[in-house]
Design a protein around this ligand. Structure first.
Ligand SMILES: NC(=O)c1ccc[n+]([C@@H]2O[C@H](COP(=O)([O-])OP(=O)(O)OC[C@H]3O[C@@H](n4cnc5c(N)ncnc54)[C@H](OP(=O)(O)O)[C@@H]3O)[C@@H](O)[C@H]2O)c1
Length: 269
């Protein structure tokens, strides 16, 4: 084995599968087959992976230690049976939103070792957050391999209750969208106060990313960092009085997360 990772099979190489592949390339791949009719291969993948359009072309004798399922959830019913033959030897790691371990095992023939994981898009710069759940029959070695594969795109946390993956999907899976929305609305609000559009864009982006970096670098609670910007009777206090007044931001965020959690549960059925 030339790399640090054992043979891997990637099914679906779009935004998320491609980000994972980029992380694995950095770790060192020994042998990797990618199945995707329109793979978006990351830089440096050419010559290091075998890319094929459909599972019939998987090289004879290829024996992956893990199969990463990264197609859209709607593709699962058609896709899973093609990979059932690896169920005796490989661990399946699914990042498909809403697809349960029980449903995946059913599609793969019943006894498959399945890890269900939920990453997020900062995976593209190795700053993702993934929560993972190991289903029945996943060995310690398989869990360790799944952990290594997922840690290639950022931080990993394991949960012991699969039901938590639905709220995780709502909070960290979709979370980047809420933060980007914040950048959008901050930019728009700046423009409405007369700030030129290009300056408004720069300010909004730098404020959101700088604050994120400060949070990452600090051991303080988010609330303490917020309070550090909020002088008594000052301008930020005035803005926060609007954002935090009932039923504004905190309540809206709770409702938004509850709606997304419910949608994740719906996708499983
Ligand atoms: N994006 C996120 O924020 C996020 C976060 C957490 C989890 N996820 C999960 O990650 C999965 C992938 O999402 P994504 O955003 O990476 O989607 P994506 O960019 O659309 O990637 C999916 C890829 O799979 C390919 N594909 C379709 N059918 C296939 C098949 N039968 N066999 C092999 N490849 C096939 C698609 O090709 P075509 O383009 O030709 O259809 C596409 O290249 C989803 O299940 C999603 O729930 C996404």
């Amino acid at each position: 084995m030339s790399g640090n990772l054992p043979p891997l099979l990637l099914v679906g190489c779009g935004k998320m599968g491609g980000a994972m592949l980029a992380g694995w390339l950095e770790l060192g791949l020994s042998d990797c087959v990618v199945v995707d009719p329109h793979a978006h291969l990351p830089e440096g993948a050419a010559g290091k992976v075998t890319c094929i359009a459909s599972p019939e072309h998987i090289p004879a004798g290829f024996a992956p230690a893990a199969v990463l399922l990264a197609t859209k959830p709607q593709e699962a019913p058609n896709t899973l049976p093609h990979y059932a033959r690896f169920a005796g030897s490989a661990v399946f790691v699914s990042i498909m939103a809403g697809k349960t371990v029980a449903g995946l095992r059913q599609g793969l023939g019943g006894e498959a070792a399945v890890v269900r994981a939920m990453p997020n898009t900062p995976a593209a710069i190795r700053q993702g957050f993934t929560a993972a759940f190991a289903g029945p029959g996943v060995s310690d070695a398989q869990r360790k391999l799944a952990d290594t594969m997922l840690a290639a795109i950022g931080e990993v946390a394991w949960v012991e209750d699969e039901a938590l993956i639905d709220p995780v999907t709502a909070v960290s899976g979709g979370g980047p969208a809420y933060v980007f929305l914040l950048a959008e609305v901050l930019e728009r609000a700046a423009i409405s106060q007369g700030i030129p559009a290009d300056l408004a864009r720069r300010m909004a982006r730098a404020t959101v990313s700088g604050s994120g970096n400060l949070l990452a670098a600090s051991s303080q609670d988010a609330a303490d960092l917020r309070k550090a910007v909020t002088s008594p009777k000052g301008t930020t206090e005035r803005a926060l009085a609007v954002l935090m007044a009932e039923p504004a931001w905190p309540k809206l965020m709770e409702e938004a997360i509850a709606a997304a959690t419910a949608r994740s549960r719906e996708l499983a059925s």
